[in-house]
Design a protein around this ligand. Structure first.
Ligand SMILES: C[C@H](O)[C@H](O)[C@H]1CNC2=NC(N)=NC(=O)C2=N1
Length: 111
């Protein structure tokens, strides 16, 4: 079985299944530095990456943006001095799809 980071996102549209509670637990084991957070009832994956300054944070944020465009699956990216907060969820289903875990794992590989 390939790791999450080696997998590709599948085309996802409204009506696609959200991950179940059991799948969530299983998938979270592969991305231990991420946390599931609920915002306005929408479950998301979030990680804060720390950097020495804004320039390094900015460069990482840009890499995440390029990854998102390449996979056509887009996160929230908050760039601050020394920090980048990345948040993955699937807008079309208002929650977490397997794609979000794949993208979180791919994000970690950008470091
Ligand atoms: C039209 C729609 O926005 C696109 O199909 C894509 C773009 N990127 C996306 N990114 C995320 N995270 N969720 C989506 O549902 C999504 N949809």
């Amino acid at each position: 079985m390939s790791t999450l980071a080696q997998q590709q996102c599948e085309a996802c549209q409204a009506g696609a299944p959200k991950v179940s509670d059991d799948e969530l637990k299983e998938l979270m084991r592969e991305i231990p530095d991420w946390a599931p957070v609920a915002r306005d009832g929408v479950l998301q994956l979030e990680r804060v990456y720390k950097f020495k300054n804004f320039k390094q944070a900015w460069a990482f944020g840009n890499k995440v943006a390029e990854l998102a465009e390449a996979e056509f699956h887009h996160p929230g990216i908050l760039m601050e001095w020394g920090k980048v907060t990345v948040t993955w969820w699937t807008h079309a289903i208002g929650g977490l799809h397997r794609n979000d875990f794949i993208m979180a794992a791919k994000t970690d590989q950008l470091l």
